[in-house]
Design a protein. Structure first.
Length: 433
């Protein structure tokens, strides 16, 4: 148990969308938090790049620090919220400094935890202090607490789901409105679901992949993996793919998966074609869904909003309540020294049925050329859909394959880069097993 005084001093570093929303929530809900915890909470320091920036909520400039590291020198802090969001730099320095000074840390920073979680969790344990990061995965869904506490005696074999609300909103909205990727992305930015400046880390799969690595460490009691794994985003998904998938009674979802496969750790993030009749196929908008498979629990499903400052702040305040109760917990559920180093499954051996879309010149013999080359790499055809564009002298060929390995698909598609009748590199989407 933490020997915490009656008065608890809080610092918030980073006043972006999440930080400023959290700042307001702490002020508005101060009485409610104090009633439930029996502690008096006080925000004694805040920090951001710009003191005079126009923000959604008014800040107390008397407690503003331009240099967040000065907070630790001038104030007695019990809990610091790190909401800057970088994987290195000032984010890492703040968390590291706080833990070394026996200050509890709460952060939604999945990039930081995915990269430095092994080191930072060991540092928290060494100093008998909390490092909490519920908000780093799936917004307001309490998935981390569920795995660490609620399912702690289960043997988990697989965790998968929709882990990025931005991409799920874009894919759902494209299907709903028949608008292009570019138009829907702009709409997502206007609504605050996607970063207004550079949403690349959402779109390329990195955000979801950072979450997968955190979930792996929690579910399988291993150190965070550093191995190179299969990661793809949704930037190459065209409205045409959405429409064709719908005709096949399928939907495209960006799925994050971590599982133990042949006694090795397999982590991946990529777009998947899933049935419209499946549970995961009906998770729409900014919603996230996490499915945990284990024994004896079987299949456990958690769903909720995964994008936006509201759901994120909900998880941040959940971590605050946990600390205010006087709890000390190993950040990843068990001591760092007892966590395993799992070997990674070779993604070249990953098997899936494939959706392949070819944009070609409408010439005789093109289809046979494609199918012959697929056969050469032991990729057998299950279904073919041809849509001619007679005015443009072009055609769209969609091929659904039987299961094949990742390396076969990669080697086979490389050949099509140099074919004069194929107008662009084929689009590949895996069917979810």
């Amino acid at each position: 148990m933490i020997n915490m005084s009656q008065n608890v001093n809080i610092a918030i570093v980073g006043l972006g969308q999440i930080g400023i929303y959290l700042y307001n929530e702490l002020r508005v809900k101060k009485g409610e938090i104090e009633k439930k915890s029996g502690k008096n909470i006080n925000i004694v320091a805040i920090s951001a790049k710009n003191k005079n920036k126009k923000r959604k909520f008014k800040i107390d400039k008397k407690i503003f620090y331009s240099d967040p590291l000065n907070i630790f020198k001038k104030k007695k802090i019990d809990i610091v919220f790190e909401c800057v969001g970088l994987s290195d730099g000032i984010s890492k320095k703040i968390v590291e400094t706080a833990l070394k000074n026996k200050i509890n840390v709460i952060t939604p920073n999945k990039a930081l935890i995915a990269k430095h979680g092994n080191y930072l969790s060991a540092l928290a344990e060494k100093n008998n202090i909390n490092l909490e990061f519920e908000a780093s995965v799936a917004g307001g869904i309490p998935v981390i607490r569920a795995i660490k506490d609620g399912l702690s005696t289960n043997v988990i074999k697989k965790v998968y789901g929709i882990l990025n609300g931005t991409t799920n909103y874009i894919l759902s909205e494209m299907e709903k409105t028949n608008e292009t990727f570019e138009k829907v992305l702009k709409k997502a930015q206007q609504l605050g679901y996607a970063e207004p400046g550079n949403p690349k880390l959402d779109l390329n799969g990195f955000d979801a992949f950072a979450k997968v690595r955190i979930l792996s460490a929690l579910a399988f009691k291993n150190h965070i993996s550093k191995s190179k794994c299969l990661m793809e985003g949704i930037e190459n998904i065209d409205l045409k793919d959405i429409k064709i998938a719908s005709q096949l009674n399928l939907r495209i979802k960006l799925l994050g998966v971590t599982e133990i496969h042949k006694n090795r750790l397999f982590e991946t993030v990529h777009p998947c074609l899933v049935s419209k009749n499946s549970y995961i196929g009906n998770v729409k908008g900014v919603m996230n869904a996490v499915i945990i498979e284990g024994k004896p629990i079987g299949e456990s499903i958690l769903q909720g909003e995964g994008a936006g400052p509201g759901p994120t702040s909900s998880s941040l305040l959940s971590d605050l309540h946990y600390i205010l109760k006087g709890n000390i917990n190993n950040p990843f559920g068990i001591p760092s020294k007892k966590r395993k180093n799992l070997k990674s499954f070779n993604s070249n051996n990953y098997t899936n049925s494939l959706y392949l879309r070819f944009e070609v010149k409408d010439k005789s013999g093109v289809l046979s050329t494609i199918t012959n080359r697929l056969a050469k790499y032991k990729i057998s055809v299950k279904r073919i859909i041809q849509t001619p564009d007679k005015i443009g002298g072009k055609a769209t060929i969609v091929i659904i394959t039987h299961k094949t390995t990742e390396i076969n698909a990669k080697n086979c598609l490389a050949i099509f880069k140099k074919n004069k009748y194929i107008l662009k590199f084929p689009t590949l989407i895996r069917l979810y097993n």
